[in-house]
Design a protein around this ligand. Structure first.
Ligand code: IPE
Ligand code: IPE
Ligand code: MG
Length: 248
């Protein structure tokens, strides 16, 4: 059921942070935090779909997370490989279409295989897009975009003209996120106030929401509070408040 608030963000992106601290504070190994975090992720997608959000991105593994202890990296990869296939039936029931963002070719073979299978199995679903951000880095994405744009220019008769025609709007076509809606609301749990290399291009005008809650504790009420907060924001994109109100 759609909620009765005026401005539902079309695309919510979430930095699911605090799994490790959640586990440590209870005397559990960090991986238990990741397990609980994955279960929470599944619920949040449901809450988002119920609220009328059309696309939700979940930051599951950053390009920088390879620097963690090998055991934790292996644990995260195997969590993905075991959990994702189990989620597919529920995703199909709930109209969740899986998408991935990031340099997935560098993931272990098993993880790539389950991702491919889940992408294929859910491709016809239309209620909400779930974008799993895996081996994702915003700087890496922008670099890849620059390379794509340069390749296009090199193929053209007048490379300088192609590069000169690039602007802050049309450059997005070269990014990994090109066919996703722009991020409207970026949520980070776990108490840190930083972007950690997530969606750098879209962060330019996304609304930011920080929660002190560790990700496994992030509740439906917390999520709805973020949506309510977003609904009260005035997105001005450089204009004045008067201009924005007049344009409504
Ligand atoms: C986020 O939780 C999950 C991943 C980065 C995979 P963390 O593992 O970063 O949890 P904290 O920040 O150590 O508590
Ligand atoms: C960001 O969390 C990455 C993910 C949630 C996947 P981190 O815990 O890795 O971020 P930093 O290292 O604290 O900035
Ligand atoms: Mg963290």
């Amino acid at each position: 059921m759609a909620r009765d608030i005026p401005h539902i963000p079309g695309h919510v992106a979430v930095i699911m942070d605090g799994n490790g601290r959640w586990a440590r504070s209870r005397g559990f190994p960090r991986l238990e935090g990741h397990r609980r975090g994955a279960a929470r992720a599944r619920e949040v997608v449901e809450w988002a779909a119920d609220a009328g959000v059309r696309c939700i991105s979940l930051f599951a593994f950053s390009t920088e997370n390879w620097a963690r202890p090998p055991r934790e990296v292996r644990g995260l990869m195997s969590l993905l490989a075991t959990m994702l296939p189990r989620e597919v039936p529920a995703m199909n029931e709930n109209g969740v279409r899986l998408r991935v963002l990031g340099a997935v070719e560098a993931l272990p073979e098993r993880a790539r295989r389950v991702l491919d299978e889940a992408l294929e199995a859910t491709r016809g679903n239309e209620r909400i897009d779930l974008v799993l951000c895996l081996n994702y880095g915003g700087r890496q994405e922008i670099l890849a975009g620059v390379r794509n744009a340069c390749r296009e220019a090199m193929r053209a008769d007048d490379p300088d003209a192609v590069l000169a025609a690039l602007d802050a709007v049309n450059f997005r076509q070269w990014l990994w996120c090109a066919d996703l809606p722009e991020v409207d609301l970026l949520i980070r749990t776990g108490g840190e106030r930083r972007i950690s290399n997530f969606y750098l291009w879209d962060a330019a005008y996304a609304e930011l929401f920080f929660s002190d809650r560790y990700w496994p504790d992030f509740s439906r009420e917390d999520f709805l509070a973020a949506l309510d907060d977003y609904a009260r924001r005035e997105r001005r994109f450089g204009r004045t408040s008067e201009q924005v109100r007049k344009a409504r």
